[in-house]
Design a protein around this ligand. Structure first.
Ligand code: ZN
Length: 160
């Protein structure tokens, strides 16, 4: 068995980056918009997550020690690159195993649910996944190509 993947809690400024973490298969929760710093830190501690934030101030809390990774504001690429300084990130090995919207682990689509999928996709033979949380169906045509392009580039260490 390989090491369990690190789990993350992203602050609201990192909502877009959280979607890429989920696309890469990482458990990445998003902190509530209105949550106070100490509530966010408590959530991270209770759920065993690393807090990813762009907020320098939150570092000053004692509870942040060994629990927080500060990411740059700048760009998705900058954020991914910084995260990789802290964790052995695998951007492609578990890709598309989580819903990018609500973080739920995806399940294989059942035959009875095939009606939700466009006919050309259904006949393409590609793997179809469904989110048990929001019901969204995933296939390689949708968000997959665009997001995968970026994840592959990160995996190769090519940063923009
Ligand atoms: Zn979902």
């Amino acid at each position: 068995m390989s090491e369990p993947l690190p789990r993350f809690l992203c602050d609201v400024m990192l909502a877009r980056f959280a979607r890429y973490l989920r696309a890469a298969g990482y458990d990445a929760a998003l902190a509530a918009n209105t949550a106070a710093d100490r509530d966010i830190l408590r959530q991270a501690t209770e759920e065993g997550r690393w807090l990813l934030t762009v907020d320098r101030k939150i570092q000053e809390h004692k509870a942040a020690l060994g629990r927080l990774v500060l990411l740059p504001h700048a760009s998705l690429d900058g954020q991914a690159r910084e995260l990789q300084e802290h964790f052995a990130m695998d951007w492609t090995g578990h890709a598309f195993s989580r819903c990018i919207l609500d973080n739920a682990p995806l399940e294989a689509l059942k035959d009875a649910e095939m009606g939700q999928v466009p006919e050309d996709v259904r006949h393409s033979g590609e793997p179809l996944m469904r989110c048990p949380g929001c019901g969204r169906v995933y296939w390689r045509g949708s968000h997959y190509r665009r997001m995968m392009g970026r994840l592959r580039r990160w995996q190769e260490g090519v940063w923009l």
